[in-house]
Design a protein. Structure first.
Length: 440
């Protein structure tokens, strides 16, 4: 950015500092020296996000929208001045002039409607992963952020860690040669092969069940089945283990190889039930080759639950036991084991014992967003990066619906070339009364 642009912006901000309203699209910069934050969600990862963003000296947590008052204790204790709303739509409508940026930390099914509603008003967004529940939602969010030139960041904080930054440098620096294939996995089991219980339980007095359901169709409340954590297992609300961990673990794969949209995806694991995602999945991708790959295409495989890469692949890292989550990069000159989250190791170890490792440092991923909102630097996982990454990840859960079928993907049209049946899962319909401009 040129000196004149920065000077003009600082002058304008100084003149506008006393103004009681937020100025949309001013390169996403707030009108004063403090970023007033509004949060969608108060518990779990939402609170982690609020807490770390608020550790930045220029952030004030001003508003929180939370549908379950039982989740508010931590927020009230840490940020007693923050005003609380039950319905995020009312918060946006009533307080839009009184905050400068938002963070989204709700279950997956509400990421897109909340982020889109905020971006429509010109707010920068820090959104937890996955960026959205469905591919269509991800594409629309990415386009909106780009069109309005908003500061955005997806919450894959390990992207900014020295461990993942070092791994990217190693691959792109040719440490193990051109990459022939990659295998990634997670031991988590965000799925459920049992039928949904045939019962209805009383809704807790603290919970607004209708607001929690949001864009999804109404259904009975079942204790501990959806709220507060098991929603990740349910097709309508979560995105399975891959959606939870794929955005993290695929990130250094996607980034180091400079991947674009995949050509095809194939599931070799079990099929989900009517309501729940499967566990122990194996998903095979074929991506177009890049400057960092050995061939014109590159195979990338995902495993979760009890599944792991073959014994032949595991043997490439010696007798050691592979970690519960991570990736193995197989190159033309060697192999890299990258734990999630841990130091990359190159194999054969004797060959690489004196290899000069890149000197990378961890950056505060959350503070990077705040700094960018204030006009200082850029985010590293803006929706321009996080959108294509998330789209690729979300192809995996769709593929599990069609086991042993190679689905050919056309990213430009958001359609599977050989399967209209699979294409119908690229986009879902929101229930009546929950339409969001630009996305439904």
């Amino acid at each position: 950015m040129s000196t004149s642009v920065l000077s003009n912006r600082r002058t304008f901000l100084t003149q506008a500092a006393a103004a009681p309203f937020f100025i949309p699209n001013l390169i996403s910069a707030p009108p004063s020296s403090t970023v007033r934050l509004a949060s969608f969600g108060a518990g779990g990862m939402a609170f982690v996000t609020i807490r770390v963003l608020a550790s930045h000296p220029k952030v004030k947590v001003s508003y929180v929208a939370e549908v379950d008052s039982a989740k508010l204790d931590q927020v009230k204790k840490a940020f007693g001045e923050a005003k609380v709303y039950e319905d995020y739509r009312r918060m946006l409508d009533k307080e839009r002039k009184n905050f400068d940026a938002v963070c989204v930390g709700t279950p997956d099914h509400m990421h897109a409607p909340q982020a889109m509603a905020a971006m429509q008003l010109g707010f920068p967004v820090y959104g937890q992963k996955p960026l959205a529940h469905d591919i269509y939602e991800v594409r629309r969010l990415t386009e909106m952020a780009r069109r309005k030139k908003l500061v955005t960041q997806m919450g894959i904080q390990v992207h900014s860690s020295k461990e993942y930054k070092t791994a990217v440098k190693l691959v792109q620096g040719g440490a193990i040669g051109k990459i022939k294939e990659v295998h990634s996995w997670s031991e988590k089991k965000w799925g459920d092969m049992d039928p949904m219980p045939d019962r209805s339980d009383p809704v807790p007095s603290t919970l607004n069940w209708d607001l929690w359901l949001g864009v999804c169709e109404k259904r009975p409340y079942i204790t501990d089945y959806y709220h507060a954590v098991n929603w990740r297992k349910r097709i309508d609300f979560g995105t399975a283990t891959f959606g939870d961990m794929g955005c993290h673990i695929f990130d250094p794969v996607f980034g180091s190889l400079a991947l674009t949209a995949p050509l095809s995806v194939r599931s070799e694991g079990p099929k989900p039930t009517q309501h729940n995602w499967a566990i122990n999945t194996i998903i095979r991708y074929v991506f177009p080759g890049t400057a960092y790959t050995a061939e014109k295409t590159v195979p990338i495989s995902w495993y979760d639950g009890d599944e792991r890469p073959s014994k032949d692949v595991q043997a490439l890292v010696g007798p050691r036991r592979i970690p519960g989550q991570g990736s193995i990069f197989i190159g033309t000159k060697g192999v890299m084991l990258l734990p999630h989250v841990g130091r990359a190791t190159l194999f054969p170890e004797e060959q690489f014992k004196d290899y000069p490792m890149p000197n990378e440092e961890t950056v505060n991923h959350y503070h990077q967003f705040v700094d960018a909102v204030m006009g200082n630097g850029k985010t590293s996982t803006s929706f321009d990066y996080a959108g294509p990454l998330t789209e690729s990840v979300l192809l995996g859960p769709i593929a599990t619906r069609f086991p042993q079928t190679t689905l050919e993907w056309n990213a430009a049209s958001m359609k599977f070339k050989n399967s209209p049946e699979a294409t119908q899962f690229v986009r879902r319909r929101y229930r009546s009364g929950w339409k969001v401009k630009g996305i439904s």
